[in-house]
Design a protein around this ligand. Structure first.
Ligand SMILES: NC(=O)c1ccc[n+]([C@@H]2O[C@H](COP(=O)([O-])OP(=O)(O)OC[C@H]3O[C@@H](n4cnc5c(N)ncnc54)[C@H](OP(=O)(O)O)[C@@H]3O)[C@@H](O)[C@H]2O)c1
Length: 326
């Protein structure tokens, strides 16, 4: 187990900021390099946080001090920079969704495997104690057989126009940006891959899904629905209905709410667990602790591929195609 890793961050946007804030609080990682398309952005970022500034991602990866790379770039760059970081022998934490499609994800994970480095898709909610406890409660059968799951991740973007989140050429749209969370959570709750999926969305004139709804059916009888949006805000809860009761997660993605179990006929009970020092920084603890295992059990490579497969099928059902699709 590495007690601490030396990190490079690629990109200087909003999520790069969060990870840089979390690193010192979590005490298992140190920021030593920052790569940006723009040397001034990298300089401003390191002035606020720490590390050596580089005017390119290549240079940050090549820094011999760097042991691990956090890829905080738009979706269309994830697979490319995972491959480059892996070939440079660096451990990798890469933002979600891992790639534009399953084919890209497979290629990038093959490079990771060949390099023998640690890799985790940065679904930070997956390694949070709230989600780990939720999984434990379900495995223990606390609410009996799971039947119905509903989930939501909806927000109104403050950055319309040419931003990657709403640019179909760069993997924009609600399903890829936020729908990937309920898809991931529902697969976790069901404990298997769905037998049938549908995603229904009207595409905007620009060709992206501003909002949409998904349906996932599983062999074990779980039926799940979710909403995703980059155009409107939502309640963003996850609710799981089982034969003996209900579990409600009031902040499933940022893990700052309640995990409530209500067994039929009893009063609701709020579950307690210990919070990590920082939601995003917690991933640096996971990477340091699980380095030798190469992957995290609660966010395995197989799981990443499973999510990408469903995102592909859902895009197909809604008529969302990228140029990089075969
Ligand atoms: N896990 C989470 O909680 C969470 C939350 C938000 C976002 N994310 C994910 O993190 C990734 C980055 O999101 P973000 O919110 O940090 O976005 P952002 O604020 O726009 O930052 C993205 C950064 O990527 C770099 N970049 C390179 N090519 C770009 C392009 N063509 N357009 C825009 N930026 C480009 C830029 O950094 P330089 O100019 O410095 O190179 C930019 O600052 C996305 O994949 C997103 O899905 C995850």
């Amino acid at each position: 187990m590495a007690s601490s890793l030396n990190w490079a961050i690629l990109g200087t946007g909003s999520i790069a900021e969060k990870f840089a804030e979390g690193l010192p609080l979590c005490q298992h990682g140190k920021l030593v390099a920052v790569g940006s398309r723009n040397a001034d952005s990298a300089e401003a970022f390191v002035a606020k946080h720490a590390g050596q500034a580089y005017g390119s991602y290549e240079e940050a990866i090549a820094d011999p001090q760097v042991e691990a790379v956090y890829i905080a770039l738009p979706h269309h760059l994830h697979a490319e920079w995972t491959i480059k970081a892996a070939r440079a022998g660096k451990h990798i934490l890469c933002e979600k969704p891992f790639a534009m499609n399953l084919a890209q994800a497979r290629e990038a994970l093959a490079a990771v495997k060949e390099a023998g480095v640690f890799f985790m898709e940065a679904f930070m909610y997956r390694c949070h104690p709230q989600t780990i406890l939720l999984r434990q409660l379900l495995n223990d059968g606390v609410i009996g057989r799971i039947m119905v799951v509903t989930g939501e991740f909806c927000y109104a973007t403050q950055r319309p126009g040419k931003h990657f989140r709403v640019d179909p050429a760069l993997g924009g749209g609600a399903l890829m940006d936020v729908g990937c969370y309920p898809v991931s959570m529902i697969r976790l709750i069901a404990g298997q891959e769905p037998k049938r999926v549908v995603y229904s969305a009207e595409l905007t004139p620009e060709g992206y899904d501003g909002y949409g709804s998904g349906l996932m059916d599983f062999e074990n009888g779980v039926r799940a629905t979710f909403n995703a949006s980059v155009h409107c805000n939502g309640r963003n809860w996850v609710t799981i209905n089982g034969e003996n009761g209900t579990i409600t997660v009031t902040d499933p993605w940022f893990c700052n709410g309640q995990l409530v179990v209500q067994i039929n006929g009893r009063a609701p009970e709020e579950m307690r667990y210990r919070k990590p020092p920082h939601l995003w920084g917690n991933q640096s603890i996971v990477a340091a602790q699980l380095l030798e295992r190469k992957q995290a059990p609660f966010m395995s490579w197989e799981d990443t591929l499973g999510n990408m497969r469903i995102l592909d099928l859902m895009r197909q059902s809604a008529g969302i195609r990228w140029d990089v699709d075969e």
